[in-house]
Design a protein around this ligand. Structure first.
Ligand SMILES: O=C(O)C(=O)C[C@H](O)[C@H](O)COP(=O)(O)O
Length: 207
């Protein structure tokens, strides 16, 4: 999930687009997608995108233990939540899938650690202080890795991925609603390629 350094956050209204979208991301060098449970098409989209060889498909916007079950039953290999609910974390652990809950305050981060986690989503990253907040949180929480999401773009991606405690960034910018509406999968591939190149450069600078 963390290899490419980028986790596309996908909102699909129509499951029939899921496999093509998975292939477009993969062609752009991103072998992972977080399909959000914001739409009724989510479970079926996870099922269909999971058929694309080489794609690791997870579920996003998971806010209840029941949604964890629905996501895992559909084939989700990881679960992402905008916030931290112990009942959601525990259900994912019981079902044997990775879980990345949202945690932005020291108390939430400590709760995540107490549940056995060391990687959390930092959402909405731009509103909760961006890269400087992550730098400050790195002092007391050296063992914690963050996946900032929310307001991340090609322009500010290097500011995040250059930080040693950022495992990957998430975002919707390479899968805009209009690309899906127009079935413009070439755009998805092109923006994915640009994101992968920027991520690789930022990580090199970090070393
Ligand atoms: O759905 C979730 O579980 C979320 O946490 C929210 C998404 O990660 C952000 O909405 C992505 O934000 P943008 O890249 O700024 O569009």
């Amino acid at each position: 999930m963390l290899t490419a350094g980028i986790v596309p956050v996908v909102v699909l209204e129509d499951h029939a687009l899921a496999a093509d979208l998975g292939r477009a991301l993969l062609a752009g060098g991103i072998p992972v997608a977080e399909v959000t449970f914001r739409t009724d098409a989510a479970a079926r989209s996870i099922e269909e995108m999971s058929q694309v060889d080489g794609m690791l498909v997870g579920a996003g916007t998971v806010v209840s233990p029941e949604q964890v079950d629905a996501a895992v039953d559909a084939g989700a290999r990881f679960i992402v939540s905008p916030g931290l609910l112990p009942s959601v974390v525990r259900r994912a652990q019981e079902r044997g899938v990775a879980i990345v809950p949202g945690a932005v305050t020291p108390s939430e981060i400590m709760t995540a650690l107490s549940l056995g986690l060391d990687t959390v989503k930092f959402f909405p990253a731009n509103v909760y202080g961006g890269p400087s907040a992550l730098g400050a949180l790195g002092a007391p929480f050296r063992q914690v890795k963050f996946i900032p999401t929310g307001g991340v773009s090609l322009d500010n991606l290097p500011d995040y991925l250059g930080l040693p405690n950022v495992a990957a960034v998430g975002g919707t910018w390479m899968v805009k609603p209009e690309f899906l509406a127009n079935r413009d999968f070439d755009q998805v591939t092109e923006l994915s390629r640009a994101a992968v190149a920027a991520a690789a450069a930022a990580r090199k600078d970090q070393q």
